[in-house]
Design a protein around this ligand. Sequence first.
Ligand code: AMP
Length: 213
Amino acid sequence: MNIILLGPPGAGKGTQAKMMIEKYQIPQISTGDMLRAALKERTPLGLKAKEYMDKGALVPDEVVIGLIQERLKEPDCSKGYILDGFPRTVAQAEALDKVLAGLGSKIDHVISIEVDKSDLLKRLTGRRTCRQCGAMYHVIFTPSLNKDLCDKCQGELYQRDDDNEDTVRNRLEVYDAQTFPLIQYYQQKGLVRKIEGVGSIQQIFENIVKTLA
Ligand code: AMP
């Protein structure tokens, strides 16, 4: 099962991807996570990407396409994968099609998680992530028991640099202009399944599972 999770920042792609990993035993491939890891290691790529990420802009297509091209060759992708945050432009989607054709593979499902724009700002600015295990929380909707610590591993919770209000606004605009057109791109291929991204995390997950059955 090769799956793309589409949706605006804050739609819950990362949260759902983590639940899908367990159910389907396939990896989540998040270009955002890969870029943040590169930045943590202070690699030249990570430091360059930071300039774009801090503004809420997209990192250049060739950078993320290169990352994905290498990642998809890893053995753990042989049974399928969940692409989270890639592709984000039509050029990336076209490049992905070419890479997959070269590997004799294709995308099977595109899940589009839909959330009203008015909810996204609140969701993103309240988001917290565990530095240790990556678990995600929200200060109002899904708080951890102890404000600054992860319930699962006691790791420190942090707010992503790009989850501040100004950057979030820019990320949402970038989504409308550059990523939203992908829904049509994949609709033309008959691959899109729309999922209402509002309600309990579990209910949304069950709807995704039903759609993929
Ligand atoms: P995310 O974690 O998916 O919200 O991504 C965080 C940031 O990383 C984005 O705002 C972009 O600056 C960058 N990024 C992640 N994935 C991509 C992508 N596919 N294309 C371009 N930039 C990306």
